[in-house]
Design a protein around this ligand. Structure first.
Ligand SMILES: [Cu+2]
Length: 72
């Protein structure tokens, strides 16, 4: 099991938070995604055997936001 913190730009309201959280949670292997609007970040708990951290940031980008950094 892995955890990764993504710094995200472009979230402005609670809808953005929901979109990002849903985009992450729809990925197979993602257990939980906690998105914080004030901090502009998402903390994702995931099964690193099922999904890569690159796929996590790709899902956020596909939802329409920018990922500026991502922790291991
Ligand atoms: Cu919004």
């Amino acid at each position: 099991m892995g955890q990764s913190t993504l710094k995200i730009q472009g979230m402005t309201c609670s809808h953005c938070v929901m979109r990002v959280a849903n985009a992450l949670k729809q990925l197979a292997g993602v257990q939980d995604a906690v998105v914080d609007l004030q901090k502009g970040e998402a903390v994702v708990t995931y099964d690193d055997a099922a999904v890569s951290k690159e796929k996590l940031s790709f899902a956020v980008v596909e939802a329409g936001y920018q990922v500026t950094s991502q922790s291991e």
